[in-house]
Write a protein that binds this ligand. Structure first.
Ligand code: SF4
Length: 403
C-alpha cells in the first residue's frame, strides 16, 4: 500500500501543482516565483511523465528552487487503501481522497484473443522460489472515476446506491492513472515508465486506453473532466492520444457538444433502453432529456471518417432484451456511424435485475448484426471482485467529512 506523500498533506494555502495544466504551471513559475516559464514545463514533466511525488526528486531543478517550491506548493497523490486483484488479472484500486472521499479505479489487462477471462500461463516456469512472470499484456485499459458516488440513480448501477459525495477535482481524476499503474501487479510492466522522458518511444510500453466509465457521471463534473483530459493528453506529460480516451455519459445532452469540441475524445452513450417509458423507469436522467433529444445531440456531432460513437446497452433479463427491443435499437441507431456494446448485466448486492442467459444475449446480438449494426458483447472483467461495469461502489454509502 502506498502512503500519502508527505508533501501532499501540506497546508491548504500551498498551491496544488497537480491541478494545473502545463500552461498554468508555466504562468505560476513565472508570475509567482519569478522563474523562466520553461521551468513550468520541467515541473509538468516531472509530475506527469516521470510520476515524481516530491520536489526532492527533481534533480535538474536547483536546490534553492526545490526548497522554494516545497515552501509554497504541493504535489498531492491519492493514498491507496485497498488493492483487489480478480482472477482474470483485473485489479481494482480503492484510493482515499480528502474529506473522507474514496474512489475506485480499475486496471484491466488484455492479453489478446484466446485469453478470455484468464491470466495466461508463463512462457517458462519460474525458478524455485522466484515470482512467476506473467506474459506481458498487449493492451491495458484503465477505468477512471469522476465523482465520489453519483446522483443520477440508474437502477442497474451499484454506484447509484451510494448517493453523491462530491465531484472529484481534475487532478484527482488524472492522478488515478499514476496511482493505478503504480499499483499494477508487479509481475507486469506498467504502461507508464517513470524513468522515461517525453517523446521516448519506449518499445516496452504497453498500449494504454482510458475509459471514463467508473464511479460518477463525467458530464456532471464537466469542468474537471475536461481539465483532466487536457492534463493527460499533454504531449509533455503522459501524452495519451485523445483517440485512446473514451468518455461515457448517460445523456447529459447540453454538455455533449462541449466535451467533444474541447477534447476530441471518443464518446460512449449509455442507452440501455429503446423506449422513453422503459428508460424513464431504469434511468431517471431520461425524465429530463428524452431518447430523441439525446440521439439528436449525437447526430449533430461532427464525425470524421474514422469516428464512431459507442452505444452501451446493458442487457437486463426480461426488461430490455426482447426481439422488439432489438428491432427498436436498430431503428434508433440507423444512419449513425455507431457501434453497440452489449453488456450482460453484472449482478451486485440488492440488484433488482438478472443477467440474461447466454442464448438470449447471443440472439440479441445476432438480431442487430443481421441488420448491419456493428455489435459486440463486452466480456465481464473483474466481476468476481465487483470490478466490472456497474459494480463499483467503493465502501458503500458516501462518507461526509469537511474537505
Ligand atoms: S450508471 Fe453512471 S450515471 Fe448512472 S448511477 Fe451509475 S455512475 Fe451514475
Amino acid at each position: 500500500m502506498t502512503k500519502t506523500d508527505p508533501e501532499s498533506s501540506g497546508s491548504d494555502d500551498k498551491k496544488n501543482l497537480k491541478d494545473l495544466t502545463r500552461a498554468e504551471l508555466r504562468a505560476f513559475v513565472a508570475d509567482e516565483l519569478g522563474e523562466p516559464a520553461f521551468r513550468g514545463d520541467q515541473l509538468f514533466r516531472w509530475i506527469w511523465a516521470r510520476g515524481a511525488r516530491s520536489f526532492e526528486e527533481m534533480t535538474d531543478l536547483g536546490r534553492a528552487l526545490r526548497a522554494r517550491l516545497a515552501g509554497v506548493a504541493v504535489i498531492p497523490t491519492g493514498a491507496v487503501k485497498k488493492r483487489t486483484p480478480a482472477s482474470d488479472g483485473t485489479v481494482k484500486v480503492l484510493t482515499e481522497l480528502a474529506g473522507g472521499a474514496s474512489v475506485e479505479t480499475v486496471w484491466i489487462p488484455d492479453w489478446g484473443p484466446g485469453h478470455a477471462g484468464t491470466i495466461p500461463e508463463p512462457d517458462t516456469p519460474p525458478e524455485p522460489g522466484a515470482r512467476a512472470q506473467v506474459p506481458r499484456p498487449s493492451r491495458i485499459t484503465l477505468c477512471l472515476s469522476t465523482q465520489y458516488g453519483c446522483a443520477w440513480g440508474c437502477r442497474f448501477c451499484y454506484t447509484a446506491t451510494m448517493g453523491l459525495g462530491r465531484d472529484l477535482r481534475a487532478w484527482e481524476i488524472a492522478d488515478q492513472v499514476l496511482v493505478a499503474t503504480r499499483e499494477a501487479p508487479d509481475a507486469l510492466p506498467t504502461p507508464v515508465d517513470p524513468g522515461s522522458k517525453p517523446g521516448d518511444k519506449g518499445g516496452d510500453k504497453v498500449a494504454l486506453n482510458l475509459v471514463y466509465m467508473g464511479m460518477g457521471e463525467p458530464l456532471a463534473n464537466l469542468e474537471a473532466t475536461i481539465r483532466s483530459i487536457q492534463i493527460l493528453t499533454d504531449e509533455q506529460g503522459l501524452a495519451i492520444p485523445p483517440r485512446r480516451i473514451t468518455v461515457s455519459t448517460v445523456g447529459l445532452v447540453p454538455a455533449i457538444e462541449r466535451l467533444i469540441d474541447e477534447t476530441g475524445v471518443r464518446l460512449a452513450v449509455s442507452l440501455h433502453a429503446t423506449t422513453d417509458a422503459q428508460r424513464d423507469e431504469i434511468m431517471p436522467v431520461n425524465r429530463k432529456w428524452k431518447l430523441g433529444e439525446l440521439l439528436d445531440a449525437v447526430r449533430a456531432l461532427p464525425m470524421g471518417k474514422r469516428d464512431h460513437v459507442t452505444f452501451e446497452y446493458i442487457l437486463l433479463a426480461g426488461v430490455n432484451d426482447t426481439p422488439e427491443d432489438a428491432r427498436r435499437l436498430v431503428r434508433l441507431t440507423h444512419g449513425l456511424r455507431a457501434k453497440v456494446n452489449l453488456i450482460p448485466f453484472n449482478p451486485h448486492p440488492g440488484a433488482p435485475y438478472a443477467r440474461p442467459s447466454d442464448e438470449a444475449v447471443s440472439a440479441f446480438k445476432e438480431a442487430l448484426r443481421d441488420k448491419g449494426v456493428h455489435t459486440y458483447v463486452r466480456r465481464a472483467r473483474g466481476d468476481d471482485v465487483l470490478a466490472a461495469c456497474g459494480q463499483l461502489a467503493g465502501e458503500g454509502k458516501v462518507q461526509r467529512r469537511p474537505v
